[in-house]
Design a protein around this ligand. Structure first.
Ligand SMILES: Nc1ncnc2c1ncn2[C@@H]1O[C@H](COP(=O)(O)OP(=O)(O)OP(=O)(O)O)[C@@H](O)[C@H]1O
Ligand SMILES: [Mg+2]
Length: 365
């Protein structure tokens, strides 16, 4: 039996997961679909006869809405991003399009369509963030490279000069202090070069099972974090094979567990999990195409304040007191992962704590 077209249209719009609404020519709502009710929190009964102005968030000026009305009254389509407010006052962003419905040559209704783009905006933010990190890395790389050359000359010359100075003389002591300080700076420069992926020498890469890499490192992690913090290793997959510079990846893991220890500051636990990134469409992170092995390090410390989350991978960003942290730990982790074609992401977990996930491309044999 052939279905009636209006029944088909009605069912299609009711079942769509994009919000639709229809107003009369004065802008009074005469229909909304269930997706609209779900995304705004208003039932059709509550909103019938009202105008979509009920969703106004206060984020757009009068001219914006004037322009909207002028456009659609002229019989043209209006399309724009718009920030709306739900019944419970939550703000959300949609891509709105409104088009006049013309019957017998006259505008009788308006059909509105709203697609929520909050997650798209979040991804945009992450993309901008990663571009910012890349320019920071380029700039840091140039500076660190030049400084490294300068320090090499300074250290080499000072060593030669020092040889000619009299033992126990004030100048000899001064030279020793200068050398110590220059060598100290070399360490910082080396870490900056890891961030900027400008290390000299080609990395030693081999295919490793990341489960074995973590297992190997466990005794060192346990002694690093001390007896008050329990470390659990929970491999969730076998053969987490990736081509890595194992010493670099171990260094990255130690930086993360050292941070977890500092965050916990007393009794607590660190969980290390390994798994594959199987279904990247479920992930919020933007760049995953291909297969990855993931090492996730979770702690039950206080977590990372929202205001710090966007900055913690930047060199010298630290919330620790002077002399306690240099703020170079996570920027090294960032550089090491980038060097492996991978990524590192931080987030907070429930009920409390931080999670760092490192993604390393999977070696498929
Ligand atoms: N597991 C964590 N829980 C809470 N905050 C964290 C965690 N890991 C890192 N952070 C925050 O990120 C900041 C930057 O970390 P990063 O390792 O780069 O530097 P640092 O630990 O402060 O100093 P450094 O590692 O050079 O000694 C820390 O100061 C801290 O505020
Ligand atoms: Mg650190």
């Amino acid at each position: 039996m052939k279905e009636d077209l209006s029944k088909i249209l009605c069912s299609a719009i009711s079942q769509a997961d994009i919000s639709y609404f229809i107003t009369d020519k004065d802008g009074k709502i005469i229909f909304v679909n269930p997706a609209f009710e779900k995304s705004t929190g208003y039932s059709f009964q509550e909103i019938e006869g009202k105008t979509p102005g009920i969703l106004r968030s206060g984020k757009h000026n009068k001219e914006f809405y004037q322009n909207l009305w002028e456009t659609i009254k002229k019989g043209e389509k209006f399309k724009s991003r718009i920030i709306n407010k739900k019944k419970d006052a939550t703000i959300y962003t949609v891509f709105l399009s409104i088009q006049p419905v013309i019957i017998d040559g006259e505008i009788k209704y308006y059909l509105g369509r709203e697609e929520n783009i909050d997650s798209l905006i979040q991804l945009e933010g992450k993309l901008i963030e990663s571009q910012k990190m890349e320019s920071l890395a380029t700039m840091t790389g140039e500076l660190a490279h030049n400084f490294n050359n300068l320090l090499t000359v300074v250290i080499g010359s000072m060593e030669l000069i020092s040889e000619d100075l009299k033992e126990n003389s004030p100048t000899k002591k001064l030279a020793a202090e200068l050398l110590r300080s220059a060598k100290e700076q070399t360490k910082t420069i080396k870490q900056l070069m890891v961030f900027a992926r400008k290390q000299s020498g080609s990395a030693e890469r081999k295919v490793c099972d990341l489960n074995e890499t973590v297992k190997d490192l466990l005794p060192l992690i346990e002694s690093q974090v001390g007896a008050k913090i329990k470390v659990f290793f929970e491999p969730q997959e076998k053969n987490c094979n990736s081509e890595i510079d194992e010493s670099q990846i171990k260094q990255a893991l130690l930086n993360l567990t050292s941070n977890a220890k500092d965050a916990i500051d007393g009794n607590g636990e660190i969980k290390i999990k390994t798994y594959f990134l199987k279904n990247f469409s479920e992930e919020k992170e933007p760049y995953h195409i291909g297969e990855y092995c993931v090492i996730e390090i979770q702690d039950n410390g206080p977590g990372i304040p929202e205001k710090d989350l966007d900055h913690i991978f930047e060199p010298f960003y630290t919330t620790k007191p002077k002399g306690k942290g240099t703020g170079l730990g996570l920027s090294s982790v960032y550089g090491i992962l980038k060097n492996h074609g991978g990524y590192v992401y931080a987030s907070n977990i429930k009920p409390k704590g931080a999670s760092f996930k490192i993604y390393i491309p999977r070696a498929i044999k």
